[in-house]
Design a protein around this ligand. Structure first.
Ligand SMILES: [Zn+2]
Length: 454
């Protein structure tokens, strides 16, 4: 009771402080013309950074990108000096579950427009341009909210990308897990009909699950997931699958799967060669589960970004869990992390298309919305990928996997979604946490206001 009262009071006084200060602040530049000069620019395209860059933003889009001096400011443009800063494209979380977590609870009872919007504000605060909810959405509301955010109704919110309801075997669907949202799949015809229901909702991705959960459930058969993949492809949609088993992964590759929503549990030479035969099939990382169980230095001392966005009792609960102290648990998590890390390094070295997903916002209540993205970038580097490649995975490649053609790089024609950092993440990937400012759709996100609202 007492911590709750204290936290509430703290929130109110901060909000009041911001409101009284707000009238004295200059208004944020709206979507006009602005020239940003002097930053080290990591454009997200895998090329070398441009030191002393300049880029022009007009009507919420980048229109010119180059070196300072090469890009001129049109008459009336605002000039923004970013000397000493580093700019990266805003990050993209290609696998999450949005709207279920709220304070200490998680479940469908929290799934409201307001809670999804709260999550999208948190993503924006952390420099994330878009987050893809993977099959846990239901009803018509998420599609409406997706479109409202895209239309600019909520300037401080990241894009909410929804796959709508996923397609799951009936045994996976229980009221207390996120598959409660899913279409039950029992026949090929039914699977096709479920895909058809999603087509007019303009999803870009269909989510499914192929996992027997350690023998606990009857997983989807190749005939059933084959029907899902075929029907999706007939409608120009891609299919993302939760599948962690090596043999399932091989079968799914042969069946034409587009995206693995998680890293696969094991990698062997045959899997690598199947990926080479299917170069458009991508893998999302989602290494956080086992890794934070063994490695969570950001909880002790608590990272300032977490202190700014998470309630004290939530932090305390996670500190009680991670890193794990029970030796048997710790050993299991360490083994799982080692296997995933070795696997992703091997796939990366083989040139497999790798994007970043956090699986954040899941049922366990263990993830802090927005923070997990930055933890995941570090996970990828610790697994052996160089920071430059991790940044491309988290921007251009993830945008491509999700069909977000106007996100992922700082380049002419793209949406002006970028993060200004106080330090260079190529030197140390944890510098992505040193956020100075975030811009979405050409506008600076009001992080002070968001911080007060958290
Ligand atoms: Zn997931």
């Amino acid at each position: 009771m007492r911590p709750f009262t204290f936290a509430t009071a703290g929130c109110l006084s901060l909000a009041a402080l911001w409101l009284t200060g707000a009238s004295a602040q200059a208004p944020r530049p709206a979507a006009g013309v602005a020239l940003f000069e002097g930053a080290r620019l990591i454009a997200g395209d895998g090329g070398p950074p441009i030191d002393d860059s300049a880029f022009l933003v007009e009507n919420a889009r980048f229109t010119r990108v180059g070196r300072r001096g090469d890009v001129q400011a049109p008459a009336g443009a605002i000039r923004v000096d970013l000397t000493g800063k580093t700019v990266i494209p805003a990050l993209i979380d290609a696998h999450s579950h949005i709207g279920y977590m709220k304070h200490l609870t998680s479940g469908a009872h929290n799934y409201t427009r307001e809670n999804i919007l709260d999550h999208m504000h948190r993503f924006a605060y952390f420099g994330v341009a878009a987050s893809q909810a993977m099959g846990s959405d239901f009803g018509e509301m998420p599609f409406q909210l997706r479109d409202d955010i895209l239309a600019g109704k909520y300037p401080d919110a990241a894009r909410f990308l929804t796959a709508g309801r996923g397609l799951a075997p009936i045994a996976e669907i229980t009221p207390d897990n996120m598959r409660q949202a899913a279409f039950p799949v029992t026949t090929p015809e039914g699977a096709r009909a479920s895909v058809q229901e999603l087509v007019p909702r303009r999803v870009k991705l269909i989510k499914t699950w192929v996992d027997d959960r350690g023998g606990a459930v009857k997983k989807l058969t190749p005939e059933l997931y084959g029907a899902i993949i075929d029907e999706a492809h007939r409608n120009a949609l891609r299919v993302a699958v939760h599948a962690t088993g090596l043999e399932d992964a091989k079968q799914l590759l042969r069946a034409g799967i587009d995206v693995f929503a998680h890293m696969i549990g094991d990698v062997d030479a045959e899997l690598v060669s199947l990926f080479k035969e299917h170069p458009n099939t991508a893998v999302l990382s989602a290494l956080g589960g086992p890794h934070r169980a063994v490695y969570a230095p950001w909880l002790n001392p608590v990272h300032p970004l977490i202190l700014e966005t998470v309630q004290p009792d939530q932090i305390k609960r996670l500190q009680g869990r991670f890193p794990q102290r029970n030796p048997a648990q710790l050993k299991r998590s360490t083994d799982a992390w080692d296997r995933l890390a070795r696997g992703i390094a091997r796939l990366s070295a083989a040139g497999v298309k790798i994007g970043i997903g956090t699986d954040g916002g899941g049922q366990q209540g263990d993830q802090f919305i927005g923070w997990t993205m930055h933890a995941e970038l570090e996970n990828m580097v610790m697994a052996g990928m160089p920071p430059a490649r991790v940044l491309v995975a988290a921007t251009r490649t993830s945008a491509e996997i999700l069909g977000q053609d106007d996100l992922g790089t700082v380049a002419a024609g793209k949406s002006a979604d970028f993060v200004v950092l106080d330090a260079n993440p190529l030197d140390d990937i944890t510098n992505t946490r040193r956020i100075s400012r975030v811009y979405l759709r050409g506008r600076q996100v009001d992080r002070a206001k968001l911080r007060a609202s958290f």
